[in-house]
Design a protein around this ligand. Sequence first.
Ligand code: NDP
Length: 508
Amino acid sequence: MKDLNIISDQTATMPDQPYQARHFIDGKIIDSADGRTSDRISPSHGVLASQAALGTAKETEAAISAARRAFDDGRWSQLSGKDRATVLNKVADLIEANEERLAVLETLESGKPISQSRGECGGAADLWRYAASLARTSHGESHNALGNDILGVVVKEPIGVVSIITPWNFPFWILSQKLPFALAAGCTCVVKPSEVTPSTTAMLAEMLVEAGLPAGVCNIVLGYGDPVGSLMTSHADVDMVSFTGSTAVGKAITKTSGDTLKKVALELGGKNPQVIFPDANLEDAADAVTFGVYFNVGQCCNSSSRIIVHEDIADDFVARVVELSRKVAFGNPMHTDTQVGAIVTADHREKIDNYVATAKDAGAEVCLGGGPLSVPGLGDQFYQPTVVCGVTPDMAIAREEVFGPVLSVLTFRTLDEAISLANDAEYGLSAGIWSENVHTCLEFGRRVQAGTVWTNTWMDGFPEMTFGGVKQSGQGREIGSYGYDEFLEVKSLVMRIGRTREPWVRDS
Ligand code: NDP
């Protein structure tokens, strides 16, 4: 631990008061009817970061019924794409203007570094602007070759009321991967953030009002998965659920939403491999592996928590990753130089530690780290950068989502073996390949089971590039035009031109 790069002091300013997060229902920012709240203690600083209204079935019902009314009377769905885009672009401007306020709360509640929070909160404005562009440019299709007397038009219409449920690892970013796209499509929404990180979602309400979003179009209910989230996924007035979180809850949601046959879009976990060939640029690959595993303390669905390295270079490559790991700045997330912050909760830190201990018991070797990390002045809600070698495909650490700064190392000899190891997982979110050989890269890209494949890079993302998983990593897509289309129904209009239709019933 003494060889690690640990930052204990801070540069960003702490807020004077804890943030008071409240519901946003039918255009009004309100407390719970019973006045109950929950406290969020910052995992890094141990201070009260926020107090959030604790919603019940009453607030959830009110939010769903406001969204239903707002959808059915067309106050938003019947606006032109141009008018919807104008509001979304104003929200984007307000997000940028409020970047620092959002970022400080995001860091205090989640434990992530302030520089990352600034990038995610401010950067989310681009998702809003991209969604606004789709509101104006998306269109259906026309069929002009069905015969001289027929014109066919396929139109896209908003799906209706959408429940949006988000997790704690990227609270404002994931919200912005969903909400502006649903709004751009003309849907109305009920949003529930994780109870651990409610504030930046609640802060957005003020911006939606200022941007001129009509009342009832977006409603935010704070509270736990049960009762708020579960009612949002079972209620008959909801047409679609868009969820990001654990695979277990995703599976439960497909069941609760099944009774009313809602559309369900799920962005779940991953066990994402990066495969490294000897001909790769190994310096770049080692840097990307280090980034891929420690970014957001590994609490990331896209974390590259396992690498599959060619046997000939495995020892040297791991040594390089270990050396880089020691240089990564862990510690106080309120310092601008910090790259890796705190673990979200004490329970979660225990879970990470158990994975490492179980791997050790099963014969794996911990080459670096492997335990909680204490940051002077802040306590031990941190975890050391950890590299576990000699991992075999049957170990839990090779198969399950650890969601921590823990890298598992496996080795291969042939391309076939590498692909088979990469595909040997219940998940299929993302995968990466490092090689200078274009044939190797293309073959890997075509045969690997994943929603995104990165070649000689890791986690580059763009609003234009759609995102989602195969296998148990989810269903449906987010962002990009495919993500936008998830919030639309298609309807076929078949029109006869002139009085050319032959009667079915003939005069006898
Ligand atoms: P969950 O999947 O439990 O929570 C995600 C969201 O769903 C939260 O807003 C949660 O509310 C809500 N929720 C919980 N239960 C229900 C339900 N029955 N119906 C509707 N909504 C519900 O993730 P956790 O936060 O508990 O994290 C657990 C594990 O999940 C992590 O350790 C990690 O492995 C994985 N995970 C994966 C993510 C990803 O990006 N793929 C993101 C986050 C977690 P609340 O928590 O407020 O009760």
